[in-house]
Design a protein around this ligand. Sequence first.
Ligand code: IMP
Length: 423
Amino acid sequence: MPGTVIVGAQWGDEGKGKIVDLLAQNSDIVCRYQGGPNAGHTIVVGSETYKIRALPSGIVRGKPCVIGNGCVVDPEVLIAELDEFEIRGCSTEQVYVSGNAHLIMPWHLAIDQASERRLGKLAIGTTKRGIGPCYADKAMRLGIRVQDILDPKILRQKIEVALAEKNLWLTRVYESEPFDLEAVAAQYEGYAQRLRPYVADTSLYVETALRDGKDVLFEGAQATLLDLDHGTYPFVTSSNPVAAQAAVGLGIGPQRIDRVLGVSKAYVTRVGEGPFPSEIEGDEQARMRELGGEYGTVTGRERRCGWLDLVALRYAVRVNGIDELALTKLDVLSHFTELPVCVRYRTPDGRETPDFPAHQSDFHAAAPVFETLSGWNEPLDACSSVDDLPAAARDYVDFVERELGVGVSLVGTGAERTSVLSR
Ligand code: IMP
């Protein structure tokens, strides 16, 4: 399949990086189409652990990697990552960054932090990487794009125009320190010198590759329920992780997407604020967090943990057009005797629905209706395919398939690159 989207089907951290890493073996190019350094993908190869924030996960396999126009780029983070991969012996020669992607500027970080502070109890719980303010400036047409680094004069001028407004905001609205034009211009000119060779017409590059029959992976960051349009607004990120965005965020036609692979944990986690119907109550949640190592890659924050939510997953199948699923971290469930799975929501009027509520108040008030499946209480290390799984684990996977009407083609059973079982 030439064009494959890999999309998070929950609230992020589903283990997309590992699935991309696996599929990248047989792919020619790996592309990111949205998000920025709010993402954190972890890939474990033997004794080496790679934590990636800006680059597509395909970099670990030495594949050509594209950062599409739909992404936002923090040059400091990207440069640090490029340097690190070079030091570790992975070439970055085939990294291509769209000139139309937007640059995260220092005021985006400052505003993200100040606005979360101001919101107090109503805070979104962002990663504070400047993502929201950067996308807001893109929509306001006040953004600075990657292609602006190609010309020092243009870059300085754009910084000057943006700062004239941003410094007013920072000082008068947020009572924060203003930024100095010369200092920012010099800092970004330094970044520009390092990044210029990577700037490319990525739309042309990806479209040409697809036309030539190459296999291209479109790697989503964040996930469906964090989508600006389809997620649990306002507790979302400021871009569109859903599969269709792969076309817009890379500058290719929608018919170039041949397959959509959703990635879901065998349970659910969420960082940041917002409603979470299947959240586990009591000590079991802390147990799940420890067993699953559920702490944020980027921020180190504790992730909230819940039982698998098939109502939310059914919704993800719908809004992404998911063709097949990868179910990750099934091994974490090996430690539980009983496995509740949320199959419907009960709304305050007593109705039960298998469908994700369209209205925020219904979602906020939704109570989970669980069906309890049996655990298997044995490690999955020795399994080499889905058919090898203990009977109860296979039943768990079959149950998910039946409820969603979508096949589970991959099952994750550990942190290692090799711990992904296929059918
Ligand atoms: P932002 O993307 O930093 O603006 O954060 C908005 C929301 O998205 C917050 O709830 C974050 O915790 C969440 N978020 C952003 N990136 C990720 C991610 O990679 N994994 C999980 N949650 C994320």
